[in-house]
Design a protein around this ligand. Structure first.
Ligand code: HEC
Ligand code: HEC
Length: 326
């Protein structure tokens, strides 16, 4: 009897120490930092570069949709190029993530950051302060020229003073952050071009779809906690929590050319372009339709050509709007 009590007592003590140690470890890792090289990118004021930046920011790269609060989305949809004050909320299973203010305001925006810090965040997933960024932005393989164009454009936006809440991770989120979140950088085996000239080729379409417009990032199933890819590329089925209606999720469709389950299998190029131009049909769709509507014909042709080269994957993705799986 005495030994049993002793064993229980020690088990309890060890358990408390282990749990306490784990909790302390998780909290200590909330301020972990990483290093990455600073890309040699400097903003310029050349008008052609700024025009390219503006096109990317409000069009294919859809920075505008994510880095604007929900109440400014109507202005963006009507084609206004408003400054990107941040504050859009992503309600995730790991907690709340807000987009930062990326106007040049020195206190609440990116005014105090160097061009190279911003370039490093976008390319290597290492924030200005060294923290690993959640992999929501796909720009790791953006060409040097396009990265320069985007940063140059941000620099000349009117500054907006707007304080955005920091990320609010729940305990699960803190554990995930401590153990699993690491900076995601350029894709292995894929060159980062210095310069890439837009044309309607599948090769340029691949660049846009993977590293600019994030078609792959949404049309592939992913682990909502870590952002890791868990489905076959472009086969859809990623249920993203609605940013507009709590309790709902929106499921991306299969974009591979599978005859039975591929959403655009029997669409010709013209139908594809017309569909993107038409914009949002499903009100809760998370796809940045308002931005993609502004893409050029050349870019849409290139993306269409690329999607047709994908390996067909048979995968039914079901209805687009579902109740959030709990
Ligand atoms: C899908 C939504 C989304 C899109 C599109 C997007 N962002 Fe972000 N961005 C975020 C989120 C969310 C964060 C915060 C990430 C974090 O804190 O881990 C962020 C962070 C940033 C940061 C801060 C990095 C740091 O060092 O702290 C910058 C700068 C930025 N984005 C610029 C851009 C630019 C420029 C574009 C377009 C080329 C863009 N973003 C497109 C969601 C997006
Ligand atoms: C932020 C996530 C997201 C991104 C980025 C995204 N999509 Fe989607 N897409 C969705 C979701 C969710 C749906 C289903 C709801 C809908 O039809 O709007 C969808 C639907 C579609 C549809 C079917 C529309 C229909 O009428 O059936 C096509 C085609 C499509 N996406 C193509 C693309 C292409 C091409 C890109 C890149 C240029 C892209 N998507 C980027 C989330 C995304």
């Amino acid at each position: 009897m005495r030994t049993l009590v002793k064993i229980l007592k020690w088990t309890l003590i060890v358990l408390v120490l282990v749990i306490g140690g784990f909790v302390a470890f998780v909290f200590s890792k909330q301020s972990k930092t990483y290093d990455a090289e600073y890309p040699d990118i400097t903003a310029v004021q050349d008008s052609a570069v700024l025009a390219r930046g503006e096109y990317l920011v409000y069009g294919p790269a859809h920075c505008s949709g994510c880095h604007s609060p929900i109440e400014k989305q109507a202005a963006l949809a009507s084609g206004e190029h408003i400054p990107l004050q941040g504050g859009f909320l992503f309600p995730l299973p790991i907690g709340n993530l807000y987009t930062p203010n990326i106007t040049p305001d020195p206190e609440t925006g990116i005014g105090k950051l160097t061009d190279q810090q911003i370039a490093r965040s976008l390319r290597y997933g290492v924030g200005f302060d060294g923290r690993p960024l959640f992999d929501v932005m796909p720009f790791h393989n953006l060409s040097d020229e396009d990265l320069q164009a985007v940063i140059s454009y941000l620099r000349q936006m009117p500054p907006v003073k707007n304080v955005v809440p920091k990320k609010e991770l729940n305990f699960l989120g803190k554990v995930v952050y401590a153990l699993l979140i690491e900076p995601i950088g350029p894709e292995a085996g894929v060159d980062i071009p210095k310069k890439i000239t837009p044309d309607s080729s599948a090769k340029y379409g691949e660049y846009l779809a993977n590293y600019v417009a994030n078609c792959r990032g949404c049309h592939t199933n992913r682990d909502l906690k870590t952002g890791a890819y868990i489905g076959e590329y472009y086969s859809g089925g990623f249920a993203m929590p609605s940013t507009m209606q709590p309790g709902k999720a929106v499921v991306s469709c299969n974009l591979t050319p599978d005859p039975e389950t591929g959403r655009i299998f029997d669409w010709d190029e013209q139908k594809f372009i017309e569909r993107i131009r038409k914009g949002r049909i499903i009100p809760l769709s998370e796809m940045p339709w308002d931005q993609f509507q502004q893409m050029s014909d050349t870019d849409l042709k290139a993306i269409y050509a690329y999607l047709k080269t994908l390996k067909p994957v048979k995968k039914e993705t079901g209805t687009a709007v579902i109740d959030l799986p709990s």
